[in-house]
Design a protein around this ligand. Structure first.
Ligand SMILES: [Zn+2]
Length: 479
């Protein structure tokens, strides 16, 4: 695998040295918001730049499990946006090694759950993408219509993959990187791809109306070398903090394209044989403190940014924007919905089931499967049948899976999910009931296994970085 990426790196870097002319061309007269957005460094909405919010997208990749959530909470815990709401982030979640009950908690806390395939393969097919949605819906209760984004494992996208995502009804992809020279706001692919043109993708006749690419904005480090995910791995954390500050300043002092920080939480989990992640966490936190203290900076999910782009308002009105509210249901009694409904300091006490399978264990509110969800069978038959699957007419925040009842009382929480995994509308499913009991205590998922997927991705990036430095030394600069 490493050798393959070594060759890929040489290809990538050699093509970057060639003066390729981007073929992207968008007609603003034919591409009109809110359905179409040309790739542009300018924000939408003709709002005075000092009243354009500076969005900060903090994203996490791979499995959601106890160790990764601990690392995530060390970064986001207690932080608030200027409207008083907790900051929100996007987790590109894979099925493998994920604790489904923790995904429920993540969603209930207002964060976004996006798709990152079931088993993290290179160039995934449709089954890997839809299987992940099926499993996250069945065992975490996430409504299909809320899983709208995708990131390719290893960021290895293809035109076919983008076409598949659009066909399946996804709203956006975020796998393509942007350099300081093409720091575009998110744009729809009505007129094709506008980033990473050195791969020739901008020449491709890919036209996906209304489907967004949300670029991953590279961090510019010393000697004009660019970095993408996990930037603290690329230098002394104290130095990388300075890179992050100068890159954030470049965004907020210019056209305020969203700023991104893209992390693998597994990298921030202490592990034998690796450096102590403590300094990385410290300097990420220093940077977050700096960035989020600037005026009108909102750390929000990808979907919130896209909702603002379709309905842009000045930062002073953002607290009234429907996509930026943070109302939490006040139910009074505890149900299995990822929230502390009775305000006793515990989430779902005694309500989550613990599923202990031969090679994995995890929690869920929605009946343990008899086998691990896999591409061959994303939703295996349930061991117990005493929980009701979330209804398509109720958000999981209000759904009592034990009683099979929606506790939403008025129009403010009305909800309908008519989407399906293959992009077609459906009248959907209702709950299914049954008998039998739930499991007992279990062990958490093996963190060593969980970091495997990240490890390969990391190795490829190290290879790219090393070759990049060598070539930049030879050429005097890296283009
Ligand atoms: Zn990944």
């Amino acid at each position: 695998m490493l050798f393959k990426y070594f060759l890929f790196s040489i290809f990538v870097l050699s093509t970057r040295l060639l003066p390729i002319q981007a073929a992207y061309s968008c007609d603003p007269a034919a591409c009109v918001a809110p359905n179409c957005f040309c790739a542009s460094t300018d924000p939408p909405g003709n709002i005075p730049i000092d009243q354009v919010p500076q969005f900060f997208v903090l994203t996490f990749d791979d499995a959601i499990q106890a160790d990764s959530m601990k690392a995530v909470n060390a970064l986001i815990g207690g932080r608030k946006n200027p409207n008083g709401c907790p900051i929100t982030t996007t987790y590109f979640t894979q099925t493998m090694y994920t604790d489904f009950g923790m995904v429920t908690d993540w969603y209930a806390a207002g964060h976004e759950v996006a798709d990152h395939t079931m088993t993290h393969p290179n160039l995934p097919g449709e089954v890997e993408i839809t299987g992940n949605k099926l499993a996250l819906h069945a065992f975490s209760g996430i409504p299909y219509k809320k899983i709208t984004g995708f990131r390719a494992p290893y960021l290895n996208y293809s035109i076919g993959m983008l076409q598949t995502l659009a066909k399946l009804g996804f709203t956006y992809d975020s796998s393509i990187t942007a350099s300081p020279g093409d720091t575009y706001w998110p744009y729809t692919l009505d007129f094709g791809v506008a980033n990473e043109c050195w791969t020739s993708i901008c020449d491709a006749a890919v036209k996906l109306p209304g489907f967004f690419e949300f670029p991953m904005y590279n961090v510019l480090g010393d000697n004009n070398v660019e970095y993408s995910m996990d930037p603290m791995l690329s230098g002394d954390p104290e130095v990388v903090e300075k890179w992050l500050v100068s890159n954030f300043d470049r965004h907020i002092q210019n056209k305020k394209a969203p700023f991104g920080l893209y992390l693998h939480p597994a990298q921030l989990v202490p592990q034998a044989g690796r450096p102590d992640p403590g300094p990385q966490i410290t300097h990420y936190n220093n940077f977050l403190q700096y960035a989020l203290s600037k005026p009108n900076v909102y750390a929000v999910t990808y979907s919130q940014v896209l909702a603002w782009m379709k309905n842009p308002v000045p930062a002073s009105q953002l607290k009234d924007h429907p996509a930026f509210k943070c109302d939490v249901p006040k139910l009074g009694t505890e149900i299995c919905n990822g929230l502390d409904d009775n305000s006793n300091g515990n989430i779902d006490e005694g309500a989550k089931q613990q599923c202990n399978l031969p090679t994995a264990s995890f929690s869920t509110c929605y009946n343990c499967p008899s086998d691990i969800p896999s591409p061959g069978d994303p939703t295996p038959k349930r061991v117990s049948q005493n929980r009701f699957e979330v209804s398509d007419s109720c958000d999981l925040l209000y759904w009592d899976p034990i009683v099979g009842k929606c506790l939403c009382q008025d129009m403010s929480c009305a909800f309908t999910d008519l989407s399906s995994v293959n992009g077609t509308s459906t009248s959907g499913n209702s709950g299914s009931g049954g008998s039998s009991g739930s499991g007992a205590n279990g062990n958490s998922t093996n963190p060593g296994q969980a970091s495997n997927a990240w490890k390969v991705e990391s190795e490829s990036r190290v290879a790219i970085g090393v070759i990049g430095v060598i070539i930049s030394l030879i050429c005097g600069t890296l283009v």
